[in-house]
Ligand binder design. Structure first.
Ligand code: KG4
Ligand code: ZN
Length: 353
């Protein structure tokens, strides 16, 4: 079975083709899940000037990029027959989602192929299954951390989810982006903050200069929710209280980047481990752009090994954390037998798992 996936939920135009070999008799040494093509046309440069994504600008770019990305994908698939078409219908930026939906509907009609409607949050979770299903991992606690979402989800099986908690204001990725904007580092903030945080002035035996201490919002509260807008405000106050000269130094930027990253990591790890213990799950699954953060991945592993060593730790390949359509095609594979109501197809900015 060959599935073509499309995602235009934010600022990346993504089209992928996934081939899944016969379920019963996978040939030896041959991978069952084979990603034939994975294209992402990024708009980062365009949005960087504004320090965030402008939905209508992004919509226009998707409209422009979709035919070219599709053409490139077809070249890579070398005439292989496509059996299913899949598209993200939400959550995401509504004008952007519609571009992908319209493109997919037309494609499905023209080629008389079934269309599968995909939830972007579920796709971030199933990005862990792009190379094939992982056995014996449910129930699991999934932490989805992206630019638009921070959610803790109880997963009993593929397709069986319960949202336990989420952010009450900014998402973790949004906090990275806003902190980077305050510090004048550019967009997207996560990778730049992570890079700056590596600069360590104490390496020469010197103490950290500024002793910056940022809050860990809601960390010890007995719920599964998050809040990151206070952290962003704390970064703003610290920055404003520094002299113009200090604000530009590598030492200051390095130290505050490290602290904001650590604050986000502390909250995410503490809350996820608490949830995993409360629900006595078999695994912890990460997904979403922030899950690409090296420190987060490393510290999660260490904490799980120390506190709940029998719990599996499942993380996507770094390249499948941020938006892509391989995860959309994979999600469609698991839902291939379902019937979708294509009469009432619509973009849903706030779609839930
Ligand atoms: O999943 P994603 O590509 O798009 C959404 O669905 O929102 O996530 C994008 C978010 C951005 O906020 C970006 O700053 C963050 O993921 N991000 C990171 C890293 N790479 C991307 N955050 C922290 N560390 C990273 N290495
Ligand atoms: Zn995403």
């Amino acid at each position: 079975m060959t599935i073509l996936g499309i995602d235009t939920s934010c600022d990346d135009t993504c089209i992928s083709v996934l081939e899944v070999k016969n379920e019963q008799v996978p040939r030896r040494r041959e991978k069952r899940f084979n990603l034939i093509s994975n294209n992402i046309s990024s708009q980062v440069k365009l949005h960087a000037k504004y320090g965030g994504v402008y939905p209508f600008l992004a919509k226009r770019e998707h409209q422009k990029n979709l035919p070219a990305v599709f053409k490139k994908t077809l070249r890579q698939t070398q005439g292989k027959q496509i059996d299913l078409i899949a598209v993200t219908v939400g959550p995401g930026l509504e004008p952007c989602l519609w571009q992908g939906i319209n493109f997919a509907v037309e494609l499905a009609k023209k080629n008389k192929k079934p269309l599968i409607l995909v939830n972007h949050i579920e796709a971030h979770i199933l990005a862990n299954f792009i190379g094939g299903e992982i056995k014996n991992c449910f129930p699991a606690i999934c932490l989805v951390v992206s630019g638009g979402h921070t959610q803790l989800i109880l997963m009993r099986d593929v397709g069986k989810y319960k949202l336990l908690g989420e952010t009450r204001d900014d998402a973790a990725g949004e906090c990275f982006d806003k902190a980077a904007r305050i510090l004048g580092l550019g967009y997207p903030g996560g990778p730049i903050v992570a890079k700056m945080a590596k600069f360590n002035p104490s390496i020469d035996g010197q103490e950290l200069k500024f002793q910056i201490k940022l809050p860990r919002p809601m960390i010890y509260q007995k719920n599964y929710d998050f809040s990151f807008s206070g952290l962003k405000t704390a970064v703003l106050y610290d920055f404003k209280n520094r002299s113009l000269k200090v604000r530009k130094t590598k030492e200051y930027i390095g130290e505050i980047s490290k602290e904001v990253q650590q604050s986000i990591i502390d909250v995410l790890i503490h809350k996820t481990l608490k949830t995993a213990k409360d629900y006595r799950v078999k695994s912890i699954i990460l997904g979403g752009g922030v899950a690409a953060n090296e420190e987060l991945r490393k510290q999660f592993k260490e904490k799980i090994q120390k506190e709940i060593p029998n719990t599996k730790y499942i993380i996507p390949d770094t390249k499948y954390c941020t938006d892509n359509a391989a995860m959309v095609a994979t999600t469609a594979y698991f839902h291939r037998k379902e019937n979708f109501n294509l009469q009432q197809i619509k973009a849903d900015a706030n779609l839930r798992v």
